[in-house]
Design a protein around this ligand. Structure first.
Ligand code: ATP
Length: 263
């Protein structure tokens, strides 16, 4: 025990801190997504492999060793969305400011989604946070207009040429409309959800955006984040949710900003 302490170098402390930081980041990226089940699945495979070699089951050990030898490839394929999200976050400046969203913007959005829901008008609203959404909006139309309830409602009116697809809100402005977003490939999504909801989940799996969906079929309003969809019953609950994400400074701060802020 004493020997361990004696041979402990400052590099070892740094090593442990870096590994702990990387593990913390990986857990926060996959938390709440289906990747957690996949990690558990991979863990089970490792346990089976360990048991097989412990009990000297040669055929099973050989099969497991052969399949696990392509582990690197398996991890890349299975976790491609999470790897993409992680790299986007790594490539981002740790000091980058969060999207400027003020209470008034949230009120405009909240009032418009419930207005649309009451009238059975479908809508898909993507609110940008830290990850830029440039590559997803190329299919849409540039608006760069001041955010208002009236404009949001008009965009989603069925007679509007822009009503199909999603609207992107960035820094308090309606930047794009009619954006075609990637659909989720998650096979566990409830079959009752069609392409509008699947597109919302799809973009939330690849970015940190917050998406609001209004169902024209059920009149439900949902909030989607990190691949998970929650149905919201009233304006107050939506306000609480959005405030927690965009306005509550503590929750809003990233690990880096927290760290910098504490200094
Ligand atoms: N990839 C996509 N990106 C953005 N919007 C999409 C995409 N695919 C479909 N939509 C929007 O969803 C609408 C079709 O919704 P659909 O009925 O298939 O989905 P849903 O989830 O069942 O929604 P609802 O409950 O409103 O019916 C399209 O008219 C279009 O506006």
């Amino acid at each position: 025990m004493f020997d361990i302490v004696r041979y402990f170098r400052w590099q070892d402390i740094l090593d442990i801190l870096v590994v702990a930081f990387v593990i913390y980041q990986l857990i926060s990226i996959i938390r709440g997504t289906r990747s957690v089940q996949m990690v558990v699945g991979l863990g089970v495979l490792f346990v089976v492999y360990a048991m097989a070699s412990l009990l000297d089951l040669s055929v099973l050990t050989w099969i497991m060793r052969t399949s696990l030898s392509s582990l690197f490839l398996i991890i890349i394929i299975v976790f491609q969305q999470d790897i993409r999200r992680a790299l986007t976050q790594v490539g981002q400046s740790p000091f980058q400011k969060h999207a400027d969203v003020v209470e008034k913007d949230l009120d405009e959005v909240i009032r418009s989604v419930f207005y649309l829901a009451k009238r059975r008008i479908g809508a898909l609203i993507v609110i940008e946070r830290e990850n830029g959404l440039g590559e997803y909006v190329e299919s849409g139309f540039i608006l760069n207009a001041k955010l208002s309830k009236e404009l949001l409602i008009s965009i989603f009116m069925p007679v509007s040429p822009l009503h199909d697809g999603g609207v992107l809100i960035s820094k308090g402005r309606i930047e794009h409309a009619g954006c075609i977003l990637p659909l989720t490939q998650n096979p566990y999504i409830n079959k009752r959800y069609g392409t509008r909801h699947r597109a919302a989940i799809g973009i939330s799996e690849e970015t940190d955006a917050v998406i609001l969906v209004v169902s024209e079929e059920t009149q439900e309003v949902s909030i989607v984040q990190y691949g998970s969809l929650t149905t919201i019953n009233d304006e107050m609950s939506l306000k609480t949710n959005l405030r927690a994400i965009f306005l509550d400074k503590k929750k809003q701060n990233s690990f880096w900003q927290d760290w910098v802020g504490r200094k």
